[in-house]
Design a protein around this ligand. Structure first.
Ligand code: ATP
Length: 232
């Protein structure tokens, strides 16, 4: 099977990070930016780097943009340019368009005009950090849809030494333990009799309301900490 080819438009922090990561994984990446200096900076890393204005339909057509498997629009601040670019990519027949959105409204608009996936890096990262801050045993929180999420929860307190049957997370909270991670090892088919030990991380999927109940119950178990928190 031929290797997937990606085009990334906008070499800001987000776009250049996607471009670099894909290149390091061995994929062909075309990087596009209107700013010549930005294109220069990435040119040694990606397969091709081109200075072009993505709101210029002819420029995108000349780059054969429709031949790419996925095109990422990583223009955040100039919402108008992001919307126009998405529209042109759709018109040119690009198969999969991913757009980085700055706000819900921006996301809604590009979704309506044909973006296949809209990503909100700042909002999503904010959510993940907030869950971790609220209960440090929550190591990660990933939204799957507006209603469903996945959380990574460190096994601690009363979870330790107990098996999944005893914990009965599905019956108590309506959430499913999809996997148990221990270091680099991943048990993707956990069984009822699997006992949790120090260092285990539960990967749990569920409705966000149920995950919130689980998180709340679990964070109550954390030992009181000294420091500024105790003053409130
Ligand atoms: P980040 O947060 O990822 O750093 P950002 O969301 O602030 O970026 P911008 O700085 O607005 O996004 O844009 C990212 C890049 O997109 C910039 O390097 C800019 O030159 C480029 N860019 C903006 N408009 C266009 C356009 N019409 N065509 C090509 N590149 C563009």
């Amino acid at each position: 099977m031929a290797k997937k080819q990606f085009a990334i438009i906008g070499m800001g922090r987000f776009g250049s990070s996607v471009a670099k990561a894909l290149s390091s994984m061995g994929y062909d990446v075309l990087a596009i930016d209107a700013d010549e200096q930005r294109t220069q900076e990435i040119s040694g890393i990606v397969t091709h780097a081109v200075s072009a204005d993505s709101t210029d339909e002819e420029a995108l057509r000349a780059l054969d943009i429709h031949h790419f498997d996925v095109v990422v629009v990583a223009i955040g601040e100039n919402i108008q340019a992001s919307i126009l670019t998405t529209l042109i990519l759709k018109d040119l027949g690009v198969r999969t368009i991913l757009v980085k959105a700055q706000s819900e409204l921006h996301g809604k608009v590009v979704g309506k005009i044909g973006a296949d996936k809209v990503i909100y890096p700042e909002r999503d990262m904010g959510l993940r950090v907030a869950h971790h801050l609220a209960s440090p045993n929550i190591l990660d929180y990933i939204e799957l849809s507006p209603d469903y999420s996945i959380l990574d929860m460190k096994a601690a307190g009363s979870l330790l030494g107990r098996n999944l049957k005893e914990l009965d997370i599905r019956a108590k909270y309506g959430c499913n333990v999809m996997a148990i991670r221990h270091g680099d090892e991943m048990n993707i088919a956990p069984r009822a009799e699997d006992r949790l030990q120090e260092g285990d991380v539960l990967v749990i999927v569920g409705h966000k309301d149920n995950l919130a109940r689980l998180e709340a119950a679990y964070s109550r178990e954390e030992p009181a900490r000294s420091g500024w928190r105790s003053r409130f």
